[in-house]
Write a protein that binds this ligand. Structure first.
Ligand code: MV4
Length: 609
């Protein structure tokens, strides 16, 4: 067994790997950016080394700094977690080159699957069909038109080096082909540094079903069952589960065997996931993720197999401790992602900040994999996943109800979270019936009416102002009251001034018995507007961006006349292209950014007068 493992990651996945190391008696080494000096993964590891820097690029993606920490710590293994270096063949080679074990597949397998065109070839070689399409790079819009006319519209254009849905364009008709190709190429270049694209028939209503596999260095390869990840919003998974609802056992077995053939074709080692689209009783190979995935715990709960333990064992040269026949799938597991994002009005804006309160759920068959503790800060620079909540039940319906109960029990304050959106999905009849597809969340669900739990965020900041910025006359207070011996929790809109007058007396206890902080001590702050152009922009004509990102296109010039709602520039943020629009009509008097500029929340991009 490895002696000492360095985890080249942060947050919940670093914590997850540290836990596995502890159980196996393997020493754990954390690395950290300047912002993560006191982060949970750092506190939990046996040793920790600074990488310097703040952004991911300056820290967790700094190969030299990570290699330096490997050398200084004397680690004999490196676990990359997910994201960052987890699917970077050069990094895997650099680690192996330093005489250290990369806990993941061989660099060649990462490369074979890193490019979707070569992944399609590998699957074809293994006799596993991809979505009908072309396995060569697309160069001419005429090819799209030819393919669409032959196989039917719409057609999907995808980035060969892409992943997670970024850079996919749906082309509905021949006329759309040239613009869609240009946009797909531009996004592919911007996100992945490679412009190669290819085409597939567009499946209109598929489910996203992925298969967990595990391979050792002795030629043993098994599949551990599927996960249904169809509840996604803008390619961000919200809820994952295993088994996939209503998937026939015979299809699952064929899918598992196909996944193992794909893994064998690229000489895979370790834990991996083969993704499929499933529609009308057929499944199609989509891509392979050559890493541990965020949603791996649902597979752990239905199989009883600790995937991180087996990653470490396989990397140490041990053979798998089970055979395909010995795997037993039991019951149903569901995972929800709790992100620091505010789902209010369906906007899902990042909500970085300090977690002022975190009460985890408990009870039987409830697991919380968190990267943060109460008092920890979620930075705008990294993924805003706070925690994953995973529950198990003997049936899907029992697991679903258990998840609702556990989410309702979870209390997070100081940042807004996606919990209201998770609850909304879980309670929806179509989710309950298991008939939802990948497009269901985005096309059939409206998060617009969602009230965020940003109340909690604002409560921490001092106050919640009625009617947003401007009015400033009333604030929301939470108080408890007893009426006829029954306890009530009340939310009161009370006038702000004169100081103290209409405020409930301090020392009122919250349901947990902790004293509520008098807002006056923390300084009242108006609610931040969440519109793309910013609240203050309404009056001044300053168009601002709501979040950190990169400007990829400026669509107006100085002197242009613009209308309300007109897009003035395109911001790449949250892995998406976001249209930044003006809320004021008039003439563009200033352009403050150019393509390539990095901007942060509230930064002015254009001025309209
Ligand atoms: C597709 C598709 C329909 N037809 N390919 C998006 C993520 C990327 N990994 C593949 N994706 C899709 N590829 C064809 N030929 C629909 C999607 C898709 C999707 C897939 C999985 C989960 C959620 C999704 C949401 C929208 C679109």
């Amino acid at each position: 067994m490895l002696n000492k493992v360095l985890i080249a990651n942060r947050g919940e996945i670093a914590v997850r790997v540290i836990r596995a190391c502890k159980e196996l008696g393997v020493a754990s080494v954390a690395v950290y950016s300047e912002l993560d000096r006191d982060a949970l993964h750092v506190r939990m590891a046996d040793e920790a080394y600074s990488l310097g820097g703040q952004t991911a690029a300056e820290s967790y993606l700094n190969t030299e700094a990570v290699l330096d920490a490997v050398r200084r710590s004397g680690a004999d293994g490196v676990h990359p977690g997910y994201g960052f270096f987890s699917e970077n063949a050069d990094f895997a080679r650099a680690i192996q080159g330093a005489g250290v074990t990369f806990i993941g597949p061989p660099a060649k397998a990462i490369e074979a699957m890193g490019d979707k065109i070569s992944a399609r070839h590998a699957a074809e070689k293994a006799g596993v069909a991809g979505v009908p399409g072309r396995s060569d790079p697309l160069v001419d819009p005429a090819e799209v038109i030819g393919f669409g006319n032959e196989h039917g519209w719409p057609v999907a254009i995808k980035a060969a080096f892409g992943g997670g849905g970024r850079g996919m364009k749906v082309v509905n008709s021949p006329e759309e082909a040239p613009a869609a190709m240009e946009s797909a190429q531009r996004e592919a270049q911007a996100y992945f540094g490679r412009p190669e694209i290819y085409l597939e028939r567009y499946l209109s209503w598929p489910r996203h079903i992925e298969m967990q596999i595990l391979c050792d260095t002795h030629g043993n390869a098994i599949w551990l069952g599927e996960r249904d990840c169809s509840s996604q919003r803008r390619h961000q998974k919200l809820i994952e589960e295993s088994p996939a609802p209503l998937l026939p056992v015979e299809i699952r077995t064929r899918m598992g065997e196909a996944a193992v053939r794909v893994a064998a074709a690229c000489k895979y080692v370790g834990a991996g996931t083969v993704e499929f689209l499933y529609q009308d009783g057929e499944f199609y190979f989509l891509e392979m993720n050559t890493r541990l995935q965020v949603e791996h715990p649902v597979t752990e709960l239905v199989t009883g197999i600790d995937l991180v333990e087996w990653q470490l064992r396989v990397a140490s040269g041990e053979p798998l401790g089970f055979t395909q026949q010995s795997i037993v799938h039991s019951g149903h597991a569901i995972e929800v992602r709790i992100n620091a994002e505010d789902p209010a009005g369906g906007k899902f804006l990042p909500s970085p900040g300090t977690i002022t309160r975190l009460r985890p759920p408990g009870g039987p068959w409830v697991r919380l994999d968190s990267g943060y503790d109460e008092g920890d800060t979620i930075s705008q620079y990294y993924d805003n996943l706070i925690a994953k909540l995973i529950v198990w039940g003997p049936t899907r319906e029992i697991a679903r109800k258990r998840m609702i109960r556990a989410l309702e029990e979870t209390a997070i304050e100081g940042v807004a979270t996606t919990i209201p959106a998770d609850l909304y999905i879980l309670a929806h009849p179509e989710f309950a019936s298991g008939t939802h597809s990948t497009r269901w969340v985005e096309e059939k669900l409206s998060f617009e009416p969602l009230q965020s739990n940003a109340e909690a965020k604002l409560k921490a900041a001092g106050s919640l102002t009625e009617g947003g910025a401007g009015s400033g006359e009333k604030v929301l207070r939470e108080v408890t009251a007893e009426v006829d011996g029954r306890r009530y929790q009340l939310k009161l809109w009370v006038p702000t001034g004169p100081e103290q007058e209409s405020r409930p007396s301090t020392g009122v206890s919250s349901p947990t018995g902790r004293p509520t902080t008098p807002a006056s001590r923390r300084g009242a702050r108006p609610a931040r507007s969440v519109s793309a152009s910013g609240g203050s922009g309404l009056a001044t004509g300053e168009v601002t961006v709501p979040m950190q990102g990169t400007i990829i296109k400026v669509l107006v010039s100085k002197g242009d006349a613009v209308e309300v709602g007109q897009t003035v520039c395109v911001l790449e943020a949250m892995k998406m292209e976001n249209a930044i629009q003006t809320e004021k009509a008039g003439t563009v008097t200033k352009i403050k950014v150019s393509p390539g500029d990095t901007v942060g929340p509230g930064d002015v991009v254009v001025v309209v007068e």
